[in-house]
Design a protein around this ligand. Structure first.
Ligand SMILES: C[S@@+](CC[C@H](N)C(=O)[O-])C[C@H]1O[C@@H](n2cnc3c(N)ncnc32)[C@H](O)[C@@H]1O
Length: 283
């Protein structure tokens, strides 16, 4: 699927190469700040996915677009062996260092590669997982079909990503805000799109969960490399605040007091990142 029409009218449609250049730039620039956040805050998410796909000691696995090793470092504790693959060298190096520090190098290896074209033979693995990657990739259906190709029949696929509702106006505003924050954001998918991509790849969905992650707007922008004084920060914040009344971008933004002990302090802008977790098996 080459993503179809871009739901964010204000955001240009990028070629695959342009998008990849933005992805590498973003995750090189934020390798430390994003890496620290993802590896520490997504442990429960990784363990949830491990449970959903029944990760076990017989599994040879791949974590595509592994970034700082968010899934790979957790799955290494469950599976026989896992390869983390990513095409941003800076963030992959960070993953490798974390694996060495945690004494996991016998169970996990890291390699540079493109999630749209995996360096594994057909049916050579039991498990393929990825998290928060598909919305950065121009052809997410190709990634899912690659995941299906490299696992055996009866093997499992696990995906975590952000999701958007069907409403085109909400999707458009959601995309506009995401794109201002991060030019390497390609497109968030709806549940129906995930379902049809999985079905087309010959994958039967075994389990699906929806979990939203509350965070401050400031932190969300911080891990993308922005400061409150940046124009991108101000523009995204204004759109986010404008969407409070009707939740027009599906982030459920709201102001909340930061600290009752600091009555003079400005309330923080909070938001939710709606997440979808999918476990499937190859039929
Ligand atoms: C939002 S981060 C997610 C990292 C990690 N999976 C996590 O959940 O924290 C997206 C990652 O996807 C990688 N990426 C994007 N497109 C890719 C592609 N086509 N092939 C390999 N990696 C890709 C980026 O380099 C980045 O590390």
């Amino acid at each position: 699927m080459n993503s179809g029409p871009n739901p964010g009218e204000a955001a240009p449609q990028l070629s695959d190469e342009e998008l990849k250049a933005f992805v590498r730039e973003r995750f090189t620039k934020t390798a430390e700040v994003f890496g620290d956040y993802a590896v520490t805050h997504r442990v429960t998410e990784a363990e949830t996915l491990a449970r959903m796909v029944s990760a076990n000691e017989n599994d040879r696995a791949v974590d595509l677009a592994c970034g700082p090793g968010t899934l790979a470092l957790r799955f290494a504790r469950h599976v026989r062996w896992i390869c983390g693959l990513d095409f941003t060298p800076a963030i992959l190096e960070r993953a490798r260092q974390a694996a060495a520090r945690d004494g996991l190098l016998e169970k996990v290896a890291f390699t540079i590669g493109d999630a749209q074209s995996l360096p594994f033979a057909d049916g050579s693995l039991e498990l393929a997982v990825t998290s928060y990657s598909l919305h950065h990739i121009s052809d997410p259906a190709r990634v899912i079909s690659e995941m299906a190709r490299v696992i055996k029949q009866g093997g499992r696929v696990g995906v975590i990503d952000i999701e958007v509702p069907e409403d085109p106006a909400i999707r458009a505003l959601n995309h506009r805000i995401e794109f201002i924050r991060d030019h390497s954001h390609s497109r968030s998918l709806t549940q129906r799109e995930f379902e049809s991509i999985f079905a087309a790849a010959g994958l039967r969905i075994m389990g699906m969960e929806h979990k939203s992650h509350p965070r401050t707007f400031e932190h969300w922008m911080h891990v993308a490399g922005w400061k409150p004084s940046d124009s991108e920060y101000k523009e995204a914040r204004a759109l986010m605040i404008g969407s409070i009344e009707n939740d027009g971008a599906n982030f459920q933004p709201r102001f909340e007091p930061t600290d009752v002990c600091q009555p003079g302090k400005e309330p923080d802008l909070y938001m939710l990142n709606p997440g979808i977790y999918i476990a499937a098996e190859k039929i």
